[in-house]
Design a protein around this ligand. Sequence first.
Ligand SMILES: NC(=O)c1ccc[n+]([C@@H]2O[C@H](COP(=O)([O-])OP(=O)(O)OC[C@H]3O[C@@H](n4cnc5c(N)ncnc54)[C@H](O)[C@@H]3O)[C@@H](O)[C@H]2O)c1
Ligand SMILES: [Fe+2]
Length: 389
Amino acid sequence: MLTPFGAFYVPATILIGGGARREVVAQLQRFLIQRVLLVTDVGMMQLGPAREIAALLEDAGISATIFDSVQPDPTDKNVADGLAMYRSEGCQALVAVGGGSPIDAAKAISVLTANSPPLSQYAGYHKIPRAGAPLIAIPTTAGTGSEATKVSVITDTERDVKMMILSVHLLPTIALVDYELTLTMPPALTAAVGVDTLTHGIEAYVSRKAHGMTDPLALSCIELVAKHLRTVYREPNNHEARAGMMLAACQGGMAFANSSVCLVHGMSRPIGAVFHVPHGLSNAVLLPTVTQFSWRASVERYAKVARLLGCCPFHTPDARAAESLVEGLQQLNTDLNVPRLRDCRGVEEARFRVLLSKMAADALASGSPQNNPRVPTAEEIVALYETAW
Ligand SMILES: NC(=O)c1ccc[n+]([C@@H]2O[C@H](COP(=O)([O-])OP(=O)(O)OC[C@H]3O[C@@H](n4cnc5c(N)ncnc54)[C@H](O)[C@@H]3O)[C@@H](O)[C@H]2O)c1
Ligand SMILES: [Fe+2]
């Protein structure tokens, strides 16, 4: 069903460009904040960005307690541990430094400072009653766009489900979007998170909930990915391409969070929850198959995406253009060395087959497939998983 009106929520402040991370002190001082919990992961501590931000804060007299136990695909346990530290240290705000995982964990910690646990009661749409502690998000991947979204994805460890939680109270207060932090991403990570960004742009644009505020952002996101993703994969130190992908990621986040992701994300989360395939990679392996299933239900829109991605000559008629997208996305996966699902580390065939109907049910339960141009049944989702295998 189409919503009667479009809604558009984004962070109140977004500073974007090289060096934006160094504004963290001035932004916290605006809110008279003196004690923060810095939410990050071990990788960001070892590589340096988290330590750099902590040093900036300490030099300015702002106490920063570091919580670096967030794992990729963060869990409810990570959130509980971070919340305990936030409370015991008397923190007033959160600063997240990392990819989608630390940012999503920090969002969940923030809302649990003002709303009672368990977090699982807030899974789904608009179920969080109160705003939590202020959060500054500093992304290091390009990426999930989580710095600009009202979404947090947290694994419920009891049910092995990646909960999709969407609420305006999950929006970071401030996003500092600094492409310089992405220069250290190795090629495989660059490719996976880059296809995540592309999937956000495409799904935001074809979603049944797309509207006039999200369309331009989604299209710009796709265009930027077309221009920069292959370059940044080959040339990790190309600043122009890194900046382009960072902008694409932020725009993709703003677009999808206000229109919705669709079937690719719906099917991708169960793969992440069960087999721990990185989020971008599980999207990438599904994207061509799901596009093949969906394009006839929104020919004009898929055609536009195909043209922007250069999958066909510009004047190709809509139906042929839309169809060319499937091959174009397969080619992109090949160029980025994205493996097939069966070749992803950790995905074991027997377990995959046994879990097909649970994964299809979990995909539908998330609500995302219902925003796809063509809404699948559980049986069709099972068939799509089998095709993508
Ligand atoms: N909230 C949202 O709107 C949203 C949208 C899409 C995905 N997600 C979620 O985000 C998570 C994935 O986030 P992600 O893809 O950004 O990865 P991530 O945060 O899980 O990080 C993956 C790995 O990359 C490392 N890394 C991060 N930045 C790096 C850098 N600059 N250089 C080198 N290594 C770096 C991390 O240390 C980690 O080991 C998933 O849980 C996914 O479901 C959230
Ligand atoms: Fe995503």
